[in-house]
Design a protein around this ligand. Structure first.
Ligand code: CA
Length: 231
């Protein structure tokens, strides 16, 4: 699945320039010309990162960023501001509103792509291809392989994605709704018990090497992959 990038930009020429460059870089752009359009779009899709223009008709990009941070569903969406403003105080305001990075217009599309990649490495390591290891359980996204104590484990593609997300976001409790968004995609019309079914299958697969206890149920909240404290 390509990494999806929401672009919120009211100038059609810039919107198109950014979208075309992102497509060439292998991303899937989603276009919105206002904060209102972006919010409507976010009801049915959850992108991996958002590029938000500061000056927009209607609600500003700053107000949009605050709303995204205030909503549990979009709280962790990485945001990069695109803006002609370059004053120090504006940068501070953008970062205060929850932006992760800030690109000043005019920018080079190549720089923008590099910034997106850097942000995703920091904020969404499950989208990168690096192996991750927790308590002897090792998942290698490039090889599409999971090993427990060196022994290969058999996982379906969904259980693989679920484990990858949990391992790259270990020690945090994730609600079923959050897992549906992150693993299945927000547009999937699925019930929350779908998550329970796949967690059960994942535990079963992990039990082959005794790693099932890493995956905890947090009553009333969701699931967590807990990294045991170092001895
Ligand atoms: Ca603008």
């Amino acid at each position: 699945m390509p990494v999806s990038v929401l672009i919120v930009e009211d100038e059609p020429a810039i919107l198109e320039l950014v979208a075309v460059n992102l497509e060439h870089a292998g991303f899937a752009p989603l276009r919105a010309e206002s904060a209102e359009q972006a919010l409507a779009l976010l009801r049915t899709a959850l992108p991996d990162v958002a590029l938000v223009d500061w000056m927009l008709p209607g609600q500003s990009g700053l107000a949009l960023a605050r709303r995204l941070r205030a909503d549990a569903r979009t709280r962790e969406l990485p945001i990069i501001f695109l803006t002609a403003r370059s004053e120090e105080s504006d940068k501070v305001a953008a970062l205060d509103a929850g932006a992760d990075d800030y690109v000043t217009k005019p920018f080079s599309p190549r720089e923008l792509v590099a910034r997106i990649r850097a942000l995703l490495r920091r904020r969404a390591p499950q989208l990168g291809g690096l192996p991750v290891e927790v308590a002897g359980l090792r998942l290698d996204p490039a090889a599409h392989e999971v090993r427990g104590g060196g022994r290969p484990l058999e996982l379906s593609p969904t259980e693989f994605r679920l484990l990858h997300f949990l391992m790259t976001h270990a020690n945090r409790v994730h609600s079923r709704a959050r897992l549906l968004d992150a693993v299945w995609g927000a547009d999937a019309a699925l019930e929350e018990r779908t998550v329970d079914v796949h967690v059960r299958r994942l535990r079963q697969a992990l039990s082959a090497t005794g790693h099932e206890a890493l995956l905890e149920t947090v009553r009333g909240s969701g699931y967590r992959l807990r990294e045991p404290a170092a001895p």
